[in-house]
Design a protein around this ligand. Sequence first.
Ligand code: ZN
Ligand code: ZN
Ligand code: ZN
Length: 153
Amino acid sequence: MKEEKVQELLKVKLREKGLKVTQQRLLVLQALAANSGSHMAAEDIYELIREDYPDIGLATVYRTLQLLLEMQLVDRINLDDGCVRYEIGHLFEGDTKHNHHHLICRTCGKVLPFEDDLLEELERHIEEDTGFHVLDHELKFYGQCKECLSKSK
Ligand SMILES: [Zn+2]
Ligand SMILES: [Zn+2]
Ligand SMILES: [Zn+2]
């Protein structure tokens, strides 16, 4: 997607949530959109934005992320080492899309997305059995990534 188009969509999404379009909010969302598939800590996002906008502060990035999180424009995953990573929400795929699964490397700490849901049958099963309608889920797999695996051989 072209950068201007991404920016337009982000503005629409902010307004939909009743939020004012500010430069900080756009910058944070843009950084996440441009790196969708990678899961970034607040510090990574801050470093990225700072290259072009040295005036932005880390506290502002934290605050902005918190707000965007509450508005469900960004998602967060908590890793078991206490590290929090952020990623763009389902803005580009529509609201019904379920979260991808996360593959977390215990050796290098990398977080990889796995895009296939593959849980549709289980979700159907749950609904039939309990009447509970599954809206989303968060699944983490811990192990060793391809690179670390080949290094350890
Ligand atoms: Zn699902
Ligand atoms: Zn690894
Ligand atoms: Zn993710």
